[in-house]
Design a protein around this ligand. Structure first.
Ligand SMILES: Nc1ncnc2c1ncn2[C@@H]1O[C@H](COP(=O)(O)OP(=O)(O)OP(=O)(O)O)[C@@H](O)[C@H]1O
Length: 603
């Protein structure tokens, strides 16, 4: 799990948010601000109009003014409503576009990150960046701009009216507001802390939910429903407390602002009332003043709340930027070579590798696989077979020596050309929740109908696909759950056949398939391996026997190599495994039986 960095200062975050998310929409924002200015001016006008209402209409009984003022009020309200509509439409557009841009940018960036990153980052926490953090940012961006624009402009207009009517009174009433700044900023800081915690917990909840749903069969078979429920309950409780704390923090700005507002109005009534009584000002001017003050109160309160909303959004931005700043360790060189017309010669040249420093996973591994040949890797669990496979497409980078394809160090090649030359069929088949056709065509989106069907035919999958309710258009379900294990494997093989890459990496499935499925899969694999350089983690004896060269791996090193016959003749580890597991079985059984060699002692 990665943690947000220390990049927490408000202004750098706001600045970056502006630069990266808001600036492209500056034109629309300026337009929205113009509408906000119109709306704000209308507010000021409304307050100002109270003076002629009271002084001319009520006090002096001027009937003409009555119609004139009523008309002006109507026009002011209409203009204000229209301007508010225009600014809301524009700001919504900006907010929604920013969120869509950020989501796309984040996804595209995540796609550039490497396998080690995805190994340590839970999908749930990544999903919560898209759903929770970005939507909080949208809210913050929209409220910040509207707040800063509309509310600030309204306050300026109304305060202008107040100063116009009675500047001494205006000064007196505004003395109280700076006092509000300290508690409000304290609340904002607290809000940000609570929000960061809440978002982290939401990420964990996402992860737990995903794992429980995904591993639902496991949960059921181990009767762990209560355990999982308790885990989710603890998390939701934690989130409840944090959200509650956030709501209270947000609401706390109300009593602060209400009290200060009350103080301001009371001061104005006492001092202003005294001035009207002593004829230093008119009742109309006083009424206009107090209307402006009351009207200014709402935008002022919104501005006070704005800090908390802004802090929530900044918490989201902070987490998002940490992710956007994350750089893959495995990157393409700026002058990467494009691998053209790949022959498929693969070589490991004294390769060393570790996942964790000081704990070597591979040491001094040298393997040569000439074009079109098949190399089988056998060895006990944890020996390093999958690690060897993962180094070829650069899912990880070697820590010593080199992996070469057609003589090029894989680190010198462009990702696109390197990975285009490799087809990978892993043990845990990944099917997407889409149709059979889309799953086969994954990796070659432009493939023709004919090519897809041929691939399915060669993978021994055509007949069962045709028998599915909607044939090639049948949805495979979540992770291919609508298909059997053998069917999933054949779809994955068809996908690799369609890709038609010169190098095939194959992690043979150990899951027990029935003999019928096994035969189908076996046939499909044989077709797939034909004329390709194949590196296979072999579990079936037939694969091993037919391999051009077998490498026995143990503890991250090659302990034996040679053909099946040569290794049998040597009479060492491989021969021991073979005799232990297969010699007692008839050859036909043995061809399909999985091979799981015991740990071979390194001499
Ligand atoms: N992502 C990882 N982080 C840390 N260590 C790892 C990681 N993946 C594998 N290892 C360790 O590296 C060693 C080799 O693992 P690898 O998966 O290559 O073995 P394997 O021979 O393919 O085993 P199996 O036949 O069980 O799949 C093991 O000790 C394993 O614990």
């Amino acid at each position: 799990m990665f943690k947000p960095s220390a990049q927490t200062a408000t202004w750098p975050l706001v600045h970056r948010l502006f630069r990266e998310a808001i600036r492209p929409y500056l034109g629309r924002i300026m337009l929205a601000l113009a509408f906000m200015a119109i709306a704000a001016a209308c507010q000021g006008l409304t307050a100002w109009l109270m003076e002629p209402v009271v002084d001319d209409v009520f006090t002096h009984g001027d009937q003409t003014k009555l119609w004139w003022v009523a008309g002006a009020v109507l026009a002011t309200f209409f203009t204000k409503g229209s301007a508010e509509f225009a600014q809301a439409a524009l700001m919504n557009h900006v907010g929604l576009r920013t969120i869509a841009d950020l989501q796309c940018r984040l996804f595209a960036h995540l796609m550039t990150l490497d396998v080690p990153f995805f190994n340590v980052t839970s999908p749930g926490s990544l999903v919560s960046r898209f759903m929770v953090d970005i939507s909080m940012m949208r809210q913050a961006i929209a409220s910040a701009i509207t707040g800063i624009g509309k509310d600030t402009l309204s306050v300026i207009a109304l305060v202008g009216v107040m100063f116009y009517q009675d500047w001494i009174l205006a000064l007196a009433s505004f003395i109280v507001f700076p006092i509000a700044i300290y508690p409000i900023s304290r609340l904002g800081k607290r809000m940000r802390k609570v929000t960061v915690n809440t978002q982290e917990q939401l990420g964990t909840l996402n992860m737990v939910l995903e794992q429980s749903f995904h591993g639902n069969r496991m949960v059921k078979s181990f009767a762990m429903e209560d355990y999982e429920t308790a885990k989710v309950r603890t998390l939701t409780e934690r989130i409840y407390h944090l959200t509650q704390k956030a709501a209270i923090t947000r609401a706390l700005s109300s009593p602060v602002m209400e009290t200060l507002g009350g103080v301001a109005v009371a001061v104005v009534i006492i001092y202003g009332g005294y001035r009207v009584i002593s004829h230093e000002t008119t009742a109309g001017a006083f009424f206009s003043f107090i209307t402006a003050l009351m009207m200014a109160y709402r935008p002022l309160k919104a501005l006070a709340n704005l800090n908390t909303t802004l802090q929530e959004g900044l918490a989201g931005a902070q987490r998002l930027f940490v992710l956007l700043d994350r750089r893959a360790a495995i990157v393409e060189k700026p002058d990467a070579v494009t691998l053209e017309n790949c022959r498929g010669d693969v070589a490991f040249d004294h390769v060393a590798f570790h996942y964790v420093p000081e704990t070597p996973a591979l040491e001094n591994v040298s393997i040569a696989i000439p074009q079109g040949k098949t190399v089988a890797l056998v060895g006990p669990s944890g020996a390093g077979k999958t690690t060897i496979l993962n180094l070829i497409p650069r899912f990880f980078d070697v820590t010593g020596g080199a992996v070469r394809i057609d003589g090029h160090d894989v680190r010198d090649l462009s990702f696109a050309s390197l990975r285009a030359a490799i087809a990978f069929v892993s043990q845990d088949i990944v099917l997407f929740d889409d149709t059979v056709r889309a799953n086969i065509a994954f990796g070659r989106p432009g493939a023709s109908e004919r090519e897809i069907e041929d691939a399915a035919r060669h993978a021994g999958a055509f007949d069962f696909i045709q028998a599915l309710p909607e044939g090639f258009e049948t949805p495979v379900g979540q992770r291919g759950m609508n298909l059997s294990g053998g069917q999933r494997q054949r779809i994955a093989i068809a996908r690799a056949i369609l890709k038609d890459a010169p190098i095939l990496l194959l992690d043979e499935a150990t899951s027990a398939l029935d003999t019928e499925s096994e035969r189908h899969v076996q046939g499909a694999l044989e077709h797939l391996m034909k004329n390709r350089t194949t590196v296979v983690i072999a579990h079936r004896l037939s694969t091993i026997v037919n391999a051009d060269i077998i490498y026995v791996i143990n503890d991250g090193t090659i302990v034996e190599q040679g053909s099946h016959r040569e290794l049998l003749a040597k009479g060492r580890y491989y021969a021991g495994v073979y005799h232990q597991q297969f010699s007692r079985q008839g050859e036909s059984d043995a061809m399909a039986a999985p091979i799981t060699p015991p740990i071979a002692p390194t001499s």
